[in-house]
Design a protein around this ligand. Sequence first.
Ligand code: G
Ligand code: MN
Length: 279
Amino acid sequence: MTKDRSSRAEPVGRDEASPLAASLAIIDRDVLATVRRAVERQDVILAFQPVVAAARPDRPAFYEGLVRVLDEAGRIVPAREFIGAVETTETGRQLDCLALEMGFISLAEDPALRLAINMSARSIGYPRWRDILRDGLRDNPTAGERLILEITESSAMTVPEITGVFMREFQARGVTFALDDFGSGQTSFRYLREFLFDIVKIDGQFIRGLGGNPDNQVLTAALVSIARHFDMMTVAEAVETAEEAAFCTAAGIDCLQGYHFGAPSIVPPWHAAAVRQSA
Ligand code: G
Ligand code: MN
C-alpha cells in the first residue's frame, strides 16, 4: 500500500522537490500505467490464500481471492504498490469488476469452494460491478452462500448509509460480509453497530509480534470482545509465525490467515487438491 512507501520516505523529508519524492512519483505513474494496461488487456489473475479455523488449522475454512496484476513481461505486480493509487479511480472499479468476475468463475469451477473477494464500497454504485454481482448470483444458485465480500473499513466509512443498505440487500440472498483491515482506518464504533458485518478481519498491524507486544495484546483482546458482542466472527490477518498463531487462538480469534498457514498462490485450490490426490 502507498502508506508503506510514504512512511519509508519520511526520514528524508516530505519535500516534493527532493530527488526521492520525484523518483517515487515516477514509479507511481509507471505502476498506474501498468495497472491500466493490465485491466484493458485483462492481464489480471486471482491468487488464493487459505483462511483456517483456529480450532482446525490443518485445513482451509475458506480462501481469500486476491487480485494480481501482470506487467508487460508477465511479472506479478504486488497489490500494495498500486491499490492505494487506484482506489479512487475508475481503474479501481474495473479491478473490482475483474476480481468479482473471476471469483464467480472460481465458485462455479469448485462447488465446495468458499471464497472471499475484496471490494471497495465505491464499487457499490458502479453499474457494471452491480451487474456482475446480480448475474453471478442468478447463474449459480449456491454462489451466494459461498461468497464473502470483504469491504475495507476505510471505504465503508466514506459511504456508510449506502454500504448498510447494500449489505442488508445481499445478506438476504446469502452473501457474507467481512470488514477488512479492521482497526487500520478511522474506526467508528457507531458504524460497527449499524453495519452488522458477519466477519471482522483484524488488521495485520495488531497481530505482528503479538507474543512480545502487550499493547497489541490489549488491542486485539478489545477488538475480539467488540466483535463477539456484535456476533461477528473474527479473522486475524497476516499471521506469520507459530507464536502469533498461538496468541491469536488464545485471544479467542476464530480464524487465522497469513504466511504461517499459506501465502497467496495463483494455483487454484481445487487444482492443488487434484495434484495432491494424484501424487
Ligand atoms: O487488504 P487485504 O487484507 O485484503 O490485503 C491482503 C494482502 O496482504 C495481500 O496482498 C497478501 O499478499 C498480503 N499478505 C497475506 N498474508 C500476509 C502475511 O502473513 N504477512 C504480510 N505482511 N502480508 C500478507
Ligand atoms: Mn482482504
